[in-house]
Structure formats: structure tokens, C-alpha cells
Design a protein around this ligand. Sequence first.
Ligand code: ZN
Length: 105
Amino acid sequence: MILLRGKLTAHIHNATNHDHVCENCGDADLDVNVFREYTHLFFLPLFPSSYKDVKIQCNTCGEKKFIGHLQQQYEKSTRTPLYLYTGLILAISLISLPFIIALFQ
Ligand SMILES: [Zn+2]
């Protein structure tokens, strides 16, 4: 049996930061994108499988930035969306359903 499973990356947050000045162009307009990898089965998200990946880029000149404390800040403040746990929630629901039905009989 072939299971179509693997890992995909979800774009979970987008923000603009005006607190840091770009050394390349001098503009204070950074684009912050947060990604989260997840395991899927038939393209249904099962659960997030790794750390969050924060990518920062200057909106004016396009230069990629590596600002450690800013990346950590967005990593901590961005919540993983509930839909990335869909498979896990479905599995727990299906396992607990017979017990819930048995309680009400
Ligand atoms: Zn720039």
C-alpha cells in the first residue's frame, strides 16, 4: 500500500517591521515571514514536525537579513495555526468516539 505522505511547509505569519534600518539601502521596512514544516498524509496536515523558520527581507532592496533576536522574537510570538493539527485531532476524535458513544448508552 502506497501512502502519500511527507513533509510540507506552511506560511503561517507575515509581518512588516519598521524598527530596524537596512544597512544596504538605509530604509526601515523589513518583511518578516514565518514558516512551519508539518507532516501530511494525503495532503491532510497531521502535526507540525519541526521548528519555525523566520525569513526576513528588506522590502526596498530585497536583501535577506539575519537578525537573530528579531527572528527569535517572531518565532516565539507566532502561534502555530490549529489546522496543522487536523490529522491528530481527527485521530483522537475517532479513537475516543466509541467510548463517548458507550457513555450515553
Ligand atoms: Zn534594504
